[in-house]
Design a protein around this ligand. Sequence first.
Ligand SMILES: NC(=O)c1ccc[n+]([C@@H]2O[C@H](COP(=O)([O-])OP(=O)(O)OC[C@H]3O[C@@H](n4cnc5c(N)ncnc54)[C@H](O)[C@@H]3O)[C@@H](O)[C@H]2O)c1
Length: 469
Amino acid sequence: MSSTQSLYRNEESSADRLCERILNKQAKVGIIGLGYVGLPLALAFAENGFSTTGFDVDDAKVQSLQQGASYIGHIPDALIIKQIEQKRFQPTGYFAKLREMDVVVVCVPTPLDAHREPDLSFIRDTAEAISVVLRPGQLVVLESTTYPGTTEEVMLPILERSELKCPPAAYSVIGNEVQNESEVESDFFLAFSPEREDPGNKQTERSMIPKVVGGVNGTSARAAQALYAQVFHVTVLVSGSRVAEMTKILENTYRCVNIALVNELKLLCMRAGINLWEVIEAAKTKPFGFNAFYPGPGLGGHCIPVDPFYLSWKAKEFEFTTRFIELAGEINTAMPDHVVEGVAAALDQRGKPLSRSRILILGVAYKRDVDDTRESPALRIIDILQKRGATVEYNDPYVPYLAKMRKYDLRLTSAPLGSDSLKQFDCVLIVTDHSSYDYSLIVKESLLVIDTRNATGKVREGRDKIVHL
Ligand SMILES: NC(=O)c1ccc[n+]([C@@H]2O[C@H](COP(=O)([O-])OP(=O)(O)OC[C@H]3O[C@@H](n4cnc5c(N)ncnc54)[C@H](O)[C@@H]3O)[C@@H](O)[C@H]2O)c1
């Protein structure tokens, strides 16, 4: 989109040829991992005129895309069908085709394993799949969120099994351009560029989110910057892949720690009889030095509950303990238990034991207006409530059923939401504040509403039925 710095030197190198193909939109782009990050990115490259191939190991996803069917709520089928018909987007499970790509962008999962340590198996598998087809002049970019060092220490050695080299070399950045570059001969190019999408955010267009890019060496950085400048309005070049990796972890750790802070303050304010939501609204009026974060029933999603622990794991290598991260994790993971205790106490006050109560959970997605339930606190809350003997149902307009997951086997179907059905529950527990819910009506028709998100903050009638947790 924006013009990029010229890469041409006197002698045409493979980097020059690659950048020429990028600038002419002749470069073939391959995206590995067609999930919440990879699929929209693939479509963005296709929409911007690049022949884009999407690779995934999940045959069901590939087949669904080949038929033009989206599995992500906010991506309409029509968008996929259009790009397939215009032959700009080809989903495939045939990884040998990676060799035909000029650029390969990796968007595979980076979860925690059973011991809450980084699980880099998806990145390693992908790097191995690339290494067997890698050819000179290709650019590989990792987008998966991970600890600083992954691109150089994990991806690079696997890719170099191909016998092609991409030597790490220092460079600096001045004026968003590579400067003071050490001269190295790179057969292929390797960079890291974090994904910063904010699911459910309809205000910020994806292409308007500045794209941070850091290369393993200066040539890799320039090639990756040239690539992303075709799709994003602003690129932010940094002086290495480690800096780019750390940038993403800083952003998510900042959120995680600040959410823990307001969660802790919420517990204090509840004891002190102060409405923290009102406090935050008042504090927000300060025009500088305060960013609002909100308390809730616990952290969810693929990123905030997971990413900081990638950093705390890596910190051990330097005999360093990331105390803020550990403390934030402790506070945030205790929130679902706190919610259940609050539900039990509110029911108790109405003479109803939790074990004989019917509870309706509103919203099981991890955040407002998305269909993603990964790490959602709702799952843990349902699990604890069931273990304590309550009968639990849920409603979520974005999540028609809860299938078996790695941690939970709840197998529930979203219950219909109506005036009659609400009255049948001893308690309606708002876990995710989807904007399509009519909160006034929900309060009017329910016996007791427990609100973990201040969704009912503006409801005027029936306030005696609302308990804020
Ligand atoms: N979801 C978000 O909002 C978000 C935001 C920023 C960053 N991230 C990061 O982006 C990365 C991807 O997250 P996501 O939400 O898209 O995950 P996802 O689970 O939605 O998608 C990952 C895809 O990769 C595929 N896959 C797994 N192993 C593969 C392999 N070896 N080869 C090819 N495909 C493979 C899976 O089948 C899946 O379709 C993670 O590191 C995540 O932390 C996610």
